[in-house]
Unconditional design. Structure first.
Length: 256
């Protein structure tokens, strides 16, 4: 009886030992560890492609552009302005005075009955609103073209009959005609000009003068059957001068 009890207990111990689970292996932290996510971070913001390069930071300390380097607004459309000088006048020429204001020289239209080909002037502080100055600047002159000399005086070129002449002034109001002809109708370019007219003159940085003027050919332009409204042709000629008085004709500037 005692032997049977011992045998029975031995069987129970074996059965219990066989059913007991073996010690589990330590998990591989590298392979099985879950991805840690910050609780405050949205899980949708987790970078799933860490191999992609990050964007470069935007440069904020850009150098400041000067006024000349800044883009300027331009308009390709001209708008018709208001009448600034009432009457029948033409061929204006504007110069800037030493105080920053402007003076405009302009001539009466030759078609006005009883005219004496007068040249007048007006002043403006903004280039928009003009006030006529009393009196006449010149007579028997058309196409006024005024430039300041290196000495600070004013020289006016103008057409008088077939030639371009000049006058000098200290204040831009009272003018004294200079002797001689500045530009005549002769040329070495094979043209027969009826006159030299409409001068446009600048004083260059090197102290010399550059003029472009018009030579009139009293013939109608008719090349390859072209139909044009004018009965004459105009050729633009350019010339240079060291002193503003003696001029050298250089060549054709534009065939109009």
């Amino acid at each position: 009886m005692k032997k049977k009890s011992i045998l029975f207990l031995l069987i129970i111990v074996l059965l219990v030992y066989g059913c007991t689970s073996p010690i589990s292996e330590v998990p591989n932290e590298k392979e099985d560890a879950p991805l840690e996510v910050n609780e405050e971070q949205d899980i949708s913001q987790v970078d799933e492609s860490p191999d992609e390069p990050e964007d470069l930071p935007e440069v904020t300390d850009k150098p400041e552009l000067s006024e000349e380097q800044k883009p300027q607004e331009t308009s390709e459309t001209w708008k018709k302005g208001e009448l600034i000088i009432p009457g029948n006048f033409a061929d204006p020429d504007v110069v800037e005075l030493s105080d920053g204001t402007y003076r405009m020289y302009y001539g009466i239209e030759p078609e006005v009955p009883g005219n004496n080909l007068e040249i007048f002037s007006a002043t403006s502080s903004d280039g928009i609103n003009w006030e006529q100055e009393p009196g006449e600047r010149r007579t028997e002159s058309v196409f006024p073209d005024v430039v300041q000399t290196p000495e600070g005086k004013w020289r006016m070129y103008f057409q008088q009959r077939p030639s371009i002449r000049s006058a000098i002034s200290g204040n831009g109001l009272k003018w004294t005609e200079e002797s001689g002809v500045r530009i005549d109708a002769s040329n070495s370019f094979g043209f027969t000009f009826e006159n030299a007219a409409a001068p446009a003159t600048i004083l260059r940085e090197d102290g010399t003068y550059l003029m472009v003027y018009s030579g009139k050919i009293n013939e109608r332009y008719d090349e390859d059957g072209a139909k044009v409204p004018n009965n004459d042709m105009r050729i633009l000629i350019w010339a240079t001068s060291e002193d503003g008085l003696a001029w050298t004709k250089k060549g054709i500037a534009l065939d109009t």
